[in-house]
Ligand binder design. Structure first.
Ligand SMILES: Nc1ncnc2c1ncn2[C@@H]1O[C@H](COP(=O)(O)OP(=O)(O)OP(=O)(O)O)[C@@H](O)[C@H]1O
Ligand SMILES: [Mg+2]
Length: 311
């Protein structure tokens, strides 16, 4: 068994979250007051890594940051959560990106992202020697890692040759192209939300997207927001609702869901148990500001599952 359960390749940036009702920016140099502002751990891939580490998975991260305040904030936060950052590259010639997230009451949000170093992550930054130290490779935010995309099928294939399993959560495509080449052919576990699943497969509805995906990827875990999620292996399908929670914001809920599902996947749990943990991790993560603050430990998630399901 390797030194790490999980190796994550992805983007690294903080989130600046602004809360309020009337958040639309007004030009003409008008100033508006918001109700609250929080600088938190951002980036889908790092939020997933933090969720996994919180559940007890030994987690390492490969990414690129600038030599700046945003980058240092992120590295410190990752290290505090026990994530190995020794393969994160600091390059003074790039600027770490940031997402400004405007959250309205009820949880809906608008996001403005400066990509910065995320789109500068290149094949030369990926230390494939680390693969032998891990059991599993996850890639997050495919569409933001533009300079890495052409090499990703080969990176996943190399991971598999070294005995790792692979997983992918593309998240949203800001360019609306939804083309991931043949990466799914090298993927053991695919974790889209329901809209992403349809866009990537170019199918008109979720059912046909799932039928197609089930022939390509051995395990699927699909997020359905307030409706919960579903998991599928071949013809075996399980579908469950989320936990009832009071939502502060849903930032990173999908990434916390991924962390929970990965925990079950890496421990060879039955599909339904992995999905239950994923939903608990997703739902519980919405109970505090930002993506990581309310991520549960395994015990916390299981305690909630006992209360929520009466088991
Ligand atoms: N309104 C809600 N009530 C309860 N749980 C929720 C709600 N919205 C999201 N969740 C939890 O978070 C999980 C993932 O959420 P969602 O479907 O929003 O993922 P996503 O679209 O990938 O989001 P992200 O923007 O984080 O990538 C859900 O499966 C559920 O467990
Ligand atoms: Mg997502």
């Amino acid at each position: 068994m390797g030194e790490f359960d999980l190796l994550v390749i992805g983007e690294i940036n903080p989130d600046l979250i602004l809360y309020g009702e009337n958040l639309a920016p007004a030009y003409g140099q008008q100033e508006k007051l918001v109700e609250a502002a929080k600088l938190t751990i951002g980036s889908s891939s790092v939020i997933l890594a933090c969720g996994a580490a919180r559940l007890g998975l030994r987690t390492a991260f490969i990414g690129l940051i600038g030599d700046d305040v945003f980058g240092r904030f992120m590295l410190d936060a990752m290290q505090e959560r026990g994530i190995d950052t020794s393969s994160c590259v600091v390059d003074a010639k790039v600027a770490t990106g940031i997402s400004i997230i405007l959250v309205r009451q009820g949880g809906d949000r608008a996001i403005l992202t400066f990509a910065g170093s995320m789109s500068e992550l290149k094949p030369k930054h990926i230390d494939t020697n680390r693969f032998s130290q891990a059991r599993h490779l996850h890639l997050g935010s495919y569409f933001l890692l533009s300079k890495l995309q052409p090499t990703l099928p080969e990176i996943f294939a190399e991971a598999r040759r070294q005995g790792l399993t692979t997983s992918l959560d593309t998240n949203w495509d800001p360019l609306g192209r939804w083309d991931i080449g043949d990466l799914l052919n090298h993927t053991d576990l695919f974790l889209p939300n329901e809209v992403e699943a349809q866009r990537i497969t170019k199918q008109p509805d979720l059912q046909s997207a799932l039928e197609y995906l089930a022939t390509v990827v051995p395990t699927l875990a699909v997020k359905k927001g307030a409706e919960g999620g579903l998991a599928r292996q071949g013809q075996m399908v399980v579908q469950l609702p989320p936990l009832p929670v009071d939502i502060v914001d849903t930032v990173g809920a999908g990434d916390s869901f991924d962390a929970g599902f990965l925990y079950g996947f890496l421990n060879h749990w039955p599909l339904v148990r992995s999905l239950r943990l994923a939903l608990a991790c997703g739902s519980l993560s919405t109970q505090a500001a930002g993506g990581t603050k309310a991520q549960p430990t395994l015990q916390e998630a299981e305690r909630w599952l006992e209360i929520g399901t009466g088991q």
